[in-house]
Design a protein around this ligand. Structure first.
Ligand code: ZN
Ligand code: ZN
Length: 593
């Protein structure tokens, strides 16, 4: 349900209802009405719906008639008149202050109406000027807490999903590479390292001209007019760093260098400071008589060949310890040799089509996957319990299988034709697999009878409801699904949505034990909204001997390209290709799972 979950109407509704409760409280409206609204929001949150299902909401205790009417209005029009009336009275920037930890409606009302503070920025100034500490009922301690809450809020707000960070960096690369004498631009920093969410964009600019000239040229562009030179890097002769906010308000650093230093600067901009320092020290100790001074590396490959390893990808340039002694370096070097590569991924499991909540047909998804060089694609639409996402009834499953058979026959025919044309040419076969993303029901059972489950070649078992079960119950539920003979793999194992929802409680080690005992795989969901498993858990799974499937969970053709983010997770985890099931050929995959 990924795609739908992300724009899930119920989240938007809950956000509006809780905002209304806060505004009503600020405006001193009838306390009974305020409490009824707060209670309804809590009840709906506890019910854990993902979609706005009026019939189900009507069953929830604690949602009164009046509020149900509002919800209906919202479902029909996407807005509520009462909400609009409240927003007329309470400025949005005042309401935003209630997002700060420790500031409720009453405190914000005091700040707004008695102190005249109208926004978080104004509040920050007032705290710094010592004004808030003097407000009755606040004091120095509260003022200090507010200052900290503002900082936290601003940094959380400054985070962005990985694919958006890549898109924004690539946009900047496009602007910068059009400048004269710019030889190379590249996304570096957190995005290149595959950070789960990105706080700071970084772009490398290598140009055949003095750094000051390059900097002047960039600052003359309107996009970068507000950028300034980063003070703490001025003394480095090999690079100059400009920093500022992009037009889309994302913090950004531009690393300017000359081609002779491009390798070194790229390494600095894609490594943790400790990791970079450890490698430089290792190189200096290894060959003290080296003819190349450490500030001049045109190419990272030079550095790594001198260190005696393959070039380490940015995702693994974090831990300084790997350069601490020859033994560690050798182990690390071996690990990098065996690291999973994009070219090794032969097929994709877990994508959706128009049969459930996907945007494109099976044919369209398959053609794109084939174009991207894959050999197989498992269509795993939603199962029947996921009504909100167009889950498939038993009859629809049958019909879908017939369509897949037809498409596969067509593909085979095309292949035969091509082979006749090229006689032994390297045309690869392509196959669509019959799959399902089966909801794991509350008791851990799967969503169809065993007889129906047997008709699928791939069964992705996923939790899509009842997220708030306690740890033991949730662990039992997931393990039971893994024990089912039909299950191939566990989809988005922790259920988290980055920057939106924490994962549910789960004993990962117990899950890994069960997966191992029953020969099941765990997913690395490559959707940049999920990245689930995390790199840490993926590394743990590999150590446990549990295979991993990197899946895009694509709901449209373009999202099939999200495989790259899943690969970033895999590289961060240091996964060997042999731990990843998608590098198996289709037949071998079906035999093993
Ligand atoms: Zn799912
Ligand atoms: Zn899915």
């Amino acid at each position: 349900m990924e795609q739908n979950t992300l724009n899930t109407p119920i989240d938007a509704l809950l956000e509006r209802l809780s905002a209304m409760a806060i505004m009503m409280e600020m405006l001193d409206e009838n306390p009974f009405k305020v409490r009824a609204m707060q209670a309804a929001v809590r009840a709906l949150e506890d019910a854990n719906f993902e979609y706005l299902d009026l019939a189900a909401i009507a069953e929830v205790q604690g949602v009164g008639k009046g509020i149900l009417g509002l919800i209906q209005e919202f479902a029909e029009t996407g807005a509520m008149k009462d909400d609009a009336a409240l927003q007329e009275k309470v400025p949005a920037s005042v309401l935003e202050m209630t997002q700060l930890r420790g500031l409720g409606a009453k405190k914000v009302r005091t700040l707004w109406q008695e102190v005249g503070v109208l926004s978080i920025d104004a509040l920050s100034e007032a705290v710094n000027a010592g004004k808030i500490a003097q407000v009755k009922g606040f004091g120095a301690k509260t003022a200090a807490n507010i200052a900290e809450a503002i900082q936290q809020y601003r940094s959380a707000k400054g985070q962005t999903h990985l694919h958006k960070a890549w898109a924004e960096s690539e946009r900047l690369c496009g602007i910068l590479s059009a400048l004269p004498k710019v030889l190379r631009t590249e996304t570096v920093g957190e995005a290149a390292q595959g950070a789960e969410t990105v706080r700071l964009l970084s772009v490398l600019v290598s140009a055949e001209m003095p750094l000051s000239e390059c900097s002047a040229q960039i600052l003359a562009l309107s996009e970068f007019a507000h950028f300034s030179v980063c003070e703490d890097t001025v003394q480095a002769s090999s690079m100059l760093v400009l920093q500022g906010l992009t037009e889309n308000e994302l913090p950004c650093k531009l690393f300017l260098c000359m081609p002779a230093n491009a390798g070194l600067v790229r390494h600095i901009a894609t490594s943790s400071a400790e990791y970079h320092a450890a490698l430089v020290k290792f190189l200096a100790e290894k060959s003290p008589e080296s003819s190349i001074p450490s500030e001049v590396w045109a190419d990272e490959a030079q550095m790594y060949s001198e260190a005696g390893t393959k070039v380490v990808p940015p995702e693994l340039r974090i831990n300084a310890r790997v350069w601490s002694n020859d033994d560690e370096v050798r182990k690390f070097g071996n690990r990098v040799e065996e690291l999973v590569q994009a070219e090794q991924i032969r097929g994709m499991l877990h994508v959706h089509s128009t049969w459930s909540d996907g945007k494109h047909t099976i044919r369209q998804m398959a053609e794109r996957a084939q174009m991207l060089g894959y050999e197989y694609l498992a269509i795993c639409d939603h199962s029947k319990t996921a009504v909100y996402a167009g889950g498939l009834t038993e009859e629809r499953v049958k019909a879908q299988h017939e369509e897949i058979n037809r498409l596969n026959e067509e593909l085979r025919e095309k292949l035969r034709e091509k082979l006749r044309g090229i006689a032994g040419g390297n045309v690869r076969p392509f196959r669509i697999l019959k799959g399902i993303e089966s909801d794991i029901l509350r008791d851990g059972s799967l969503d169809y009878s065993d007889a129906v489950l047997e008709t699928f070649e791939i069964v992705v078992a996923s939790v899509h409801s009842s997220f708030s079960l306690d740890r033991d119950t949730m662990t039992d539920r997931v393990c039971r699904a893994l024990e089912h003979p039909a299950t191939t793999l566990l989809g988005h194992p922790t259920g988290r949505l980055l920057l939106m929802r924490k994962g549910y409680e789960l004993d990962m080690e117990a899950v890994l034990d069960t997966a191992k005992a029953h020969g099941k795989a765990l997913e690395i969901n490559a959707s940049p909204y999920r990245l689930d498993l995390t790199a840490e858990h993926a590394a743990l799974a590999e150590a446990w001997g549990v295979p991993l499937a990197i899946n895009t969970d694509a709901h449209n053709m373009d999202d099939l390209s999200n495989m790259r983010y899943g690969l970033q997770v895999a590289r961060r985890a240091g996964l060997r290709a042999s731990s990843v099931v998608n590098m198996l050929g289709c037949e071998e995959l079906l035999q093993r799972f």
